[in-house]
Design a protein around this ligand. Structure first.
Ligand code: GDP
Length: 323
């Protein structure tokens, strides 16, 4: 039974995000919604321990994007980055396969230090995002570890080994999430709000960024139960991923890269798919899959595009923006 909500178009927005692609829309939503109207929940399946540090790549992508610190040219990490620490680590004979910039390193040191002192990932994420001047709520999907594992012909490996160490080259045979994770307080609270107006699935990688969130205990059931629109923005433009391994994953795991495959992947968990104009031809098929479809420009080149797409997504489900 999907619960009924009282929403007058002014309700709360729950956004589910991965890293770089999701962060762009999350930043757009933050640009057009007052802080009390938005909760951004971020994938932590990619998190890992490296050099004694707790690294949360997707949380950091979202935090850097909301703080306006992200490197838009490189597409990840912090702008004006330097790499002295990484160079020194290499000279010391320590692992330097994972790119850690000096500024970025400060984030990992602060997070690891606070967590070692007993703070939860939720608390430390709130602390560090506030430190960077972010007013909106950014929170992990869970305070428990849930680790994305990738199966290739060489067997199972940790996500970052495949993603960064192997540059996504080995074909993926399977994906699993190890561990048992419960919802973070922010996620549980957002899903239970009486004024929840919409769940937005950001244009993140469905397999690597959204599925881990859906694997958190209770999330699938809660999304099945919410009586509000659940709208996803497709990460495909012209049938291709803007960046990253999604195209190859869809070919390996879904047999083809198009929005019909994205819709099938999300199954009954979404009601509405926002697709790019270049993929307009597939809209009819998506309707036949039972989805509402909004066609618009979904490429986000900068902050104006992010805010425009955020307004379009909210407008598609009759939720008002504040700005
Ligand atoms: P990651 O965790 O850093 O890989 O980031 P996400 O999973 O959040 O995002 C990766 C996906 O974002 C890729 O599949 C891209 O196709 C998609 N993406 C990146 N930029 C854009 C954009 O401007 N528009 C859309 N529609 N998708 C984008």
């Amino acid at each position: 039974m999907r619960r009924s909500r009282k929403s007058d178009g002014q309700g709360h927005v729950l956004a589910l995000s991965g890293g770089v692609g999701g962060a762009k829309l999350a930043a757009g939503l933050a640009a057009v919604l007052a802080p009390e109207r938005l909760t951004i929940i971020v994938n932590t399946g990619d998190d890992f321990e490296h050099l004694g540090l707790t690294i949360c790549p997707d949380i950091d992508s979202v935090v850097y994007a909301l703080a306006g610190l992200n490197d838009t040219a490189r597409g990840w990490g912090v702008a004006d980055e330097s790499w002295h620490a990484l160079g020194m680590l290499g000279r010391l004979g320590e692992a330097d396969w994972f790119q850690l910039g000096d500024r970025d390193l400060a984030m990992h040191i602060a997070r690891s230090w606070r967590m070692r002192e007993g703070e939860s990932l939720s608390a430390v994420t709130a602390r560090l995002s506030a430190g960077l001047g972010i007013a909106h709520r950014v929170a992990p999907m869970s305070d428990d570890a849930l680790r994305t594992m990738i199966e290739t012909d060489a067997g199972w490996m940790e996500f970052q080994r495949w993603f960064v160490g192997e540059r996504c080259a080995p074909a993926v045979r399977g994906i699993k999430f190890e561990g048992e994770a419960g919802m973070s307080p922010a996620l549980a609270q957002a899903l239970a709000r009486d004024d929840l107006a919409v769940v937005v699935v950001c244009p993140s990688n469905p397999y690597l960024s959204v599925d881990p969130i859906l694997a958190v205990a209770g999330v699938r059931a809660a999304l099945g139960d919410v009586n509000v629109p659940r709208v996803a923005v497709s990460p495909l433009i012209g049938g291709k991923a803007v960046k990253g391994p999604l195209g190859a994953l869809l070919a390996d795991l879904a047999g083809g890269a198009d929005n019909a495959a994205i819709a099938r992947h999300y199954g009954g968990l979404i009601d509405h798919l926002v697709i790019d104009r270049s993929d307009d031809a597939g809209a009819e098929g998506l309707h036949a899959q039972g989805l509402c479809v909004t066609v618009t420009d979904t490429l986000m080149r900068g902050v104006e595009d992010q805010a425009r797409l955020a307004r379009a997504v909210l407008g598609a489900v009759k939720v008002e923006a504040d700005l």
